[in-house]
Write a protein that binds this ligand. Structure first.
Ligand code: ADP
Length: 220
């Protein structure tokens, strides 16, 4: 199974992406993590992108697309599935990743959309900031990341919807509930045989950052 995640910052891409990767035994490719690693190691690439990361801006398309091409080739070598977290963020990235993954026989078959509103994701990111100290989890930078999400990332969903691969989940609820629904939806679609899936402990997701209060939609 090849899944990509589209969601605003703070909706739970990292948490749910890790869960999907663990359950279906897939490599997880998270562009934000890869970029932050470069910054931490102060590689040439890391020095080139630090300013964009700190300011909540987007790193140039070529940089992330090259990085992901390498990771998708590695994923192909270990079985052919993946979970993509953090890319595409622009229409140009969507086209570029589609074309290169098509060349490898590795196009995504699910675009998982996690829906959460701005006030909830801001609350979560500020809660995480108190624990994790990410340079971009300040109020101003969060506002900028959200604005970019609405302007350039969210519209890509229409493109995946046309291709009939969007699965949309209400991510306003506690992480374990969202996780259960995500895994149920993907299990229905997946061609991963049951014996090749790994049981995961969903209760441990509750301690993920800023677990939301349980006043969410009971029908969801
Ligand atoms: P979040 O979704 O919470 O903003 P990420 O960890 O996915 O967090 O990304 C952190 C930062 O890394 C982004 O604000 C951006 O600067 C950079 N980044 C990650 N992925 C991309 C991408 N596909 N294109 C451009 N910049 C990216």
């Amino acid at each position: 199974m090849r899944v990509l995640l589209i969601a605003p910052p703070g909706a739970g891409k990292g948490t749910q992406g890790a869960l999907i990767a663990a359950h279906f035994v897939l490599p997880r490719i998270a562009t934000g993590d890869l970029l932050r690693e470069h910054v931490a190691r102060q590689t040439e690439l890391g020095r080139a992108v630090q300013q964009q990361l700190d300011g909540g801006g987007l790193v140039p398309d070529e940089i992330v697309v090259d990085m992901v091409l390498e990771a998708i080739m590695a994923a192909k070598a270990v079985g052919g599935g993946y979970v993509l977290d953090g890319i595409p963020r622009t229409m140009a990235q969507a086209r570029a990743t589609y074309l290169m993954s098509r060349g490898l026989g590795m196009t995504p078959n699910v675009a998982l959309h996690l829906r959460a509103d701005d006030s909830e994701v801001t609350r979560r990111l500020l809660a995480r900031a108190a624990i994790e100290r990410r340079s971009d989890d300040t109020e101003d930078v969060i506002r900028r990341r959200l604005a970019l999400y609405h302007e350039v990332t969210h519209p890509i969903l229409a493109w995946y919807a046309e291709r009939g691969i969007v699965v949309s989940v209400d991510a306003m609820r506690p992480a374990e509930q969202v996780g259960r629904e995500v895994l149920d939806a993907l299990e229905k679609l997946s061609q991963v045989p049951e014996q090749d899936r790994r049981p995961v402990d969903l209760t441990s997701l509750g301690i993920a950052f800023g677990a939301a209060p349980t006043d969410a939609d009971p029908t969801g």
